[in-house]
Design a protein around this ligand. Structure first.
Ligand SMILES: Cc1ncc(COP(=O)(O)O)c(C=O)c1O
Length: 459
């Protein structure tokens, strides 16, 4: 190398470093100001470290995110993270998929919302009809909670009964949230309660509850694969075929409706949905999250005469239900699902992630496992004492964020089509390093001393 070119490359590197330092410093100032501004009026935003932006040793944590692409997010200081939260699971394709971006940009040539339906709505309806054969009614919403609430009303309106049995998470609508009681939901409680929970894959438990409520049973609603079971259980496994079939037969035997909440599993499950892969057909299906790759759209699909009988009694009419930019995103997204092996890739990556983290836990000498089907999994520590598990979870979160990997506070991870092999390898390197630290700190009793973010409490 010539002396001159060496000199130039040194100064270019120095310049780059200076630029990096400057942008990090500016990002830090801007972030602090934004954070304070947001906290003033809305202190409830999600941040994995509850607003702690800097560790004692100067490590930065993400508080406000600037941009996202593929499976990566960047904070205001330009620090990059491999992300497994994927916008609360709203994209399976990855952030800013080029075809979805193009479709939305082109739809922006016209207004997002008219009082009249537009052709793009019919196109999305046809795509859903193709993927969920036999549906005779569709209603759209913006959030999963819209269509879960509508599903509950249709169950009640159609059957003339009131009780709903459920398993999984179904949003923040009153019908579901009232199980939390007045003190935690501000929804007036009813006695006797109208909604009751059964455990996933617990056929005996379900049948006992079913027998108790059969005379007033309006519907059974569940996430048909891997629902979140709480911090101690983590993500439940995939469904037993017999469990799903029992639910189908039992509901049919009393004229109640079966609702599959496929808001997570829709287009993430092999063959596009649990119902298609397993051959168990519900009466109502809730879709959301993945169908429009990050744009706000949800859909309620109905079979048979349910809509004719009950829709008119459901008082359902959100203003933004026919918003066209999200339909454009949904059309582009579903067409990619039809053309490319998206779910297969997600399952393959998820399975490799599970095996890699399980192995890293073993090497680090930490009891624990990754639980749940490959499209949505959670890391669960196996220590007996809840306090130790809480410390381990917190230290793991801190250490992986330090190294540039972002997951949910409760250990949940959603791999996507954008998580490629290189990303997977880097993720596993990060987990191996972080779990070694967690393992050592568990053994020498220094977990609490190593943590500089607030404790992630059991929920
Ligand atoms: C299975 C399931 N159903 C319903 C919902 C509620 O959806 P939203 O938050 O869009 O209202 C969620 C959200 O996480 C979900 O995972």
């Amino acid at each position: 190398m010539q002396a001159g070119s060496e000199g130039r490359s040194v100064s270019t590197n120095t310049l780059k470093r200076l630029r990096g330092l400057l942008s990090r410093a500016l990002g830090r100032g801007r972030e602090a100001a934004l954070w304070q501004q947001m906290q003033k009026l809305h202190p409830w935003s999600y941040t994995p470290t509850h607003g702690i932006a800097w560790g004692r040793d100067g490590t930065s944590f993400p508080v406000v995110i600037d941009r996202a692409r593929g499976c990566r997010i960047w904070d205001l200081r330009g620090k990059e993270y491999i992300d497994y939260t994927m916008g609360w699971g709203t994209t399976v394709l990855g952030y800013c998929h080029s075809e979805v971006q193009k479709a939305v940009r082109s739809a922006m040539g016209s207004a997002p919302l008219l009082a009249y339906p537009r052709p793009i709505q019919a196109e999305v309806q046809s795509l859903l009809e193709r993927d969920f054969p036999g549906i005779t009614g569709v209603a759209f919403g913006k959030n999963g909670s819209d269509v879960c609430t509508l599903a509950a009303r249709l169950c009640r309106g159609y059957t003339g009964r009131k009780t709903i049995l459920y398993c999984g998470y179904h949003g923040w609508g009153d019908f579901w949230a009232e199980q939390h009681g007045f003190s935690r939901s501000s929804i007036p409680e009813r006695h006797p309660a109208l909604i009751h929970r059964f455990r996933f894959n617990d056929t005996g438990g379900f049948m006992a509850l079913f027998e108790q409520h059969r005379s007033d049973l309006a519907g059974v609603m569940l996430e048909p694969s891997g629902p979140w079971g709480g911090n101690d259980i983590g993500c439940e496994p995939d469904a037993d075929q017999g469990f799903l079939e029992t639910l189908r037969l039992a509901t049919r035997s009393v004229g109640a409706l079966l609702v599959f909440d496929e808001i997570i599993t829709g287009y993430r499950y092999l063959e596009g949905s649990v119902q298609r892969a397993r051959g168990v057909t519900p009466d109502l299906t809730c879709l959301g999250k993945a169908i429009a790759s990050g744009m706000p759209l949800s859909a309620l699909l109905a079979r048979g005469d349910i809509m004719q009988v009950a829709f008119g009694k459901a008082h359902y009419g959100p203003t933004f239900q026919a918003e066209a930019w999200s339909f454009a995103a949904a059309k582009a997204t579903i067409e990619v699902f039809h053309r490319e092996p998206v779910a297969l890739h997600v399952w393959k990556q998820g399975e490799a992630l599970r095996q890699g983290i399980d192995e890293a836990l073993r090497v680090a000498g930490i009891p624990g496992h990754v639980k749940g089907p490959p499209f949505r999994m959670s890391i669960c520590f196996g220590e007996e004492q809840g306090e130790i598990r809480e410390l381990q979870r917190t230290l793991l979160q801190q250490e992986i964020l330090r190294l540039g990997v972002s997951i949910y506070n409760n250990g949940v991870m959603l791999p996507s089509y954008a998580h490629d092999d290189t990303t997977l390898e880097r993720t596993l390197e990060v987990f191996r390093a972080a779990l070694i630290i967690v393992g050592r700190a568990t053994r020498d009793g220094s977990l609490a001393a190593k943590i500089c973010i607030p404790l992630l409490r059991e929920m």
